[in-house]
Design a protein around this ligand. Sequence first.
Ligand SMILES: Cc1ncc(C[n+]2csc(CCOP(=O)(O)OP(=O)(O)O)c2C)c(N)n1
Length: 636
Amino acid sequence: MPATPLLDQVHIPADLKKVDDRDLPQLAAELRSEMIDAVSVTGGHLGAGLGVVELTIAIHKVFDTPHDRLIFDVGHQCYPHKILTGRRDRIRTLRQENGLSGFTRRAESEYDPFGAAHSSTSISAGLGMAVASDLSGTERNVIAVIGDGALSAGMAYEALNNAGALDARLIVILNDNDMSIAPPTGAMSAYLARLASGRTYMGFRELGKKMTAYLGKSVDRAITRAVEHARGYVTGGTLFEEMGFYHIGPIDGHSFEHLLPVLRNVRENAKGPVLIHVVTQKGKGYAPAEAAADKYHGVNKFDVITGAQAKVKPNAPSYTAVFAEALIEEAAHDDKIVAITAAMPNGTGLDKFGEIHPARLFDVGIAEQHAVTFAAGLAAEGYKPFAALYSTFLQRAYDQVVHDVAIQGLPVRFPIDRAGFVGADGPTHAGSFDTTYLASLPGFVVMAAADEAELKHMVRTAAAYDEGPISFRYPRGEGVGVDLPVRGEILQIGKGRVVRQGSKVALLSFGTRLADCLLAAEDLEAAGLSTTVADARFAKPLDHDLIRQLARHHDVLITIEEGSVGGFGSHVLQFLALEGLLETGLKVRPLVLPDLWMEQAKPEAMYAKAGLDRAGIVSTVFRALGQKDVGVGVAG
Ligand SMILES: Cc1ncc(C[n+]2csc(CCOP(=O)(O)OP(=O)(O)O)c2C)c(N)n1
């Protein structure tokens, strides 16, 4: 075994070619330690990456990346890949401002041929690349690595279906760790478990024959050894085979003796689509991760020796926790209330709901489109479904929202978590568009909570509202610390509230920017500008009376929201224009997210950059009045 660290000699995958196969376990151990050490200072996704250390090394050893295309589904398991592909010197900047992304990104490296973060896209993208290489006559391998959790999404099947029909030369590696973020759900997960338990075991002699028949060459003896050592076999007539894939496995994803010969054979001999079923362990090689229920899917900074994660002492409960508590409360009063999550029971707080109402919680897997139409079916039968999704993932179900819910006027409730900036997860996870894409739909009620007490009111309001679809958005992180009612109140649909009365400047907020509006109002007041602050509560229907009042009795009207153009502010402008209120000399400025993909950073930095913080609001007012900014954030 070489004495010097091997990882120091491997800067890019080409360097791996010089490493002897027998030394790869040492390299894997070094890579694992490097990754654990890096994530202990940055926080981030740990368990998934630990599980694919050997697989990542083996793929880079056998294939010729970046000429061969390697696509990681979701991309949260790509930290070992980043370390091996020229990014080790920046690995401790993961998820920080100006640092490496926590996911794969085309702009970051030629070794990331396809960006990801939302799940289940890898087979489609890989198939596109495989077909492109056929069309252009370029010989290359395309490898898509997809988890068993990601395989619960419909898009993965659409791609498998198409790949089988096209007979393209695509290599899909199913990384089966029997985990999503939570334990996986669904019939496919049970099916994979049955495959892995060897129900249709095929002896290695038969495997050799089968591989020979398929690949047209004699099969490396090592492959038979690999399959013997793994609890491996090749099945006849699996679902994947029925779909036109040559199906190999399961094989042990932590054993180079198993991985290398299989990958080499496939590289040399595969003709059409191949699926290699690899069994791995999430969190592998780091005891605290292996022992954790979530296998350290996503972690804060932590102590490497003990695994203890840094605890940030919250000043207030998180919005997610308040939502879950409020829904539990409402469900106690109404047995028609049911809750739906798309593989995020913990992230949405619905795990708590499930502890109390197990029969009323449905984890449908990573299947947002299905979640929405499933909810529509429940609503059609008189149930009150709360389909709790992150803003960014609801995007995927937009047609279901339009066609299955909104056009039919079905009362599906949409709690929209992670609305607005999400910090370290960056642009793929930001909740920027929900107000824009929902408030344009006829008949939709669209709310945003200004604080956690408002969130409780909105949960209650949504539970009580049966006339059609209704949504309420709330951000990641903790609330502002307001007193919480035991139970929320039912809000009047389409009515906002004035929080502070002034006479010259009106700040009309939609959502949690309200707190900064109140701070900005203090600064404006100190500068002699009497300021009204109102909480719109609804982007749809708009509170026309409130907007008229603000427009008629103030010189400046600023709308503020943590969402893209086309949302709340655009609806207010539309109303003002149609009412002729823009011709009165009123100065209107809609503050929205800037028209760019905001990179990961601390939320405060993102607000400042977007001009949506206290200082940004104050200077917008001064600019609107044509006055020199007298200095921002001056009061208090
Ligand atoms: C469309 C979409 N929905 C939800 C998520 C959140 N999410 C990130 S990773 C993950 C679990 C993925 O499980 P699997 O593919 O098995 O990978 P593992 O973490 O187990 O390696 C989920 C639900 C996502 N990234 N994309």
